[in-house]
Design a protein around this ligand. Structure first.
Ligand SMILES: C[S@@+](CC[C@H](N)C(=O)[O-])C[C@H]1O[C@@H](n2cnc3c(N)ncnc32)[C@H](O)[C@@H]1O
Length: 265
């Protein structure tokens, strides 16, 4: 086994593909290992997962800019993955350097990578927590240090809710964060769907089923309750690529995820 690079965790898992490092590879990042690249290349033969990840990240960037434009200066990015390739703090702090970001992930190696990468940015931190446990997230030292819950916050759950099972009751999870934040706070979600391209998405779900981090697709009717209590910004709940989209090329990859941004009034 090769030595982990400087950003790797000391307990780094370099022998099995890891969801966050795969995502990094699909996004063109450099924070991945040979085992990830091999699995990713095999996946790409089956489904255009790199294009899917890039559409998702483009939605994330547009949504973050919308939150900053609405006056939000603090971000809680749940299920953040490795903060690379045009992530939340880069977009938000480019719009206003005063923005503060806490990334949250439950995958220890991902958290270790993030902490190493961000150690020189005092306005950004990475918390290790399971987003299903909102108390653990909100009471983490990183959130206490950087997020003032008396002020509006943007809660991001982008490309992570599919990792929650129906038994986790994802709409209830989102509702608990809504209860914890003040009016003016924003919610950004995206969610894999098989509504438009059932065959492509079945292949994608099948590829993930072979990893340690399987995920599910959900229909529009299943995603809508996750937005309960939020007033949706225009254009509402739509395919994420269409959410204030920039006219991306149509390859099919832009039709597999819903996106929405809501505000708590
Ligand atoms: C596909 S990546 C999405 C990364 C990022 N949100 C984005 O859109 O680019 C999903 C991430 O969610 C994390 N994750 C999955 N389930 C989680 C949970 N219950 N709590 C916290 N993080 C979770 C995984 O470790 C992974 O890093």
């Amino acid at each position: 086994m090769q030595n982990p690079p400087r950003w790797g965790s000391s307990s780094g898992d370099t022998e099995r593909p890891n969801a966050a490092r795969l995502y990094d590879y699909y996004l063109g990042g450099a924070h991945n290992f040979a085992v990830d690249r091999e699995f990713a290349e095999r996946s790409l033969e089956v489904v255009p997962v790199a294009a899917i990840a890039q559409h998702s990240r483009a939605f994330l960037r547009r949504a973050v800019r919308a939150c900053v434009a609405a006056g939000v200066r603090q971000f809680l990015d749940l299920g953040s993955g490795i903060p690379t390739a045009g992530n939340v703090h880069e977009v938000a702090q480019r719009a206003d350097p005063a923005c503060r970001v806490v990334y949250v992930d439950n995958e220890p190696a991902t958290v270790a990578h993030g902490r190493t990468m961000l150690r020189d940015n005092p306005s950004v931190a990475v918390a290790e927590a399971d987003l299903r446990d909102e108390d653990a997230v909100l009471r983490s030292p990183e959130v206490r240090a950087l997020v003032d819950l008396a002020q509006p916050v943007a809660v991001l759950m982008v490309a992570v809710l599919p990792y929650l099972s129906d038994e986790d009751r994802p709409a209830d999870v989102v509702a608990r964060y809504r209860a914890a934040v003040v009016p003016g706070s924003h919610l950004v979600i995206s969610h894999l769907t098989a509504d438009v391209q059932p065959e492509m998405v079945a292949k994608l779900v099948g590829v993930a089923a072979g990893t340690l981090t399987p995920f599910v697709a959900r229909s529009r009717a299943e995603v809508e309750p996750m937005l309960a209590g939020f007033e949706l910004l225009e254009p509402g709940l739509v395919l994420a690529a269409k959410w204030r989209g920039e006219g991306e090329a149509a390859t099919g990859a832009e039709t597999v995820s819903y996106g929405a941004v809501g505000v708590k009034r």
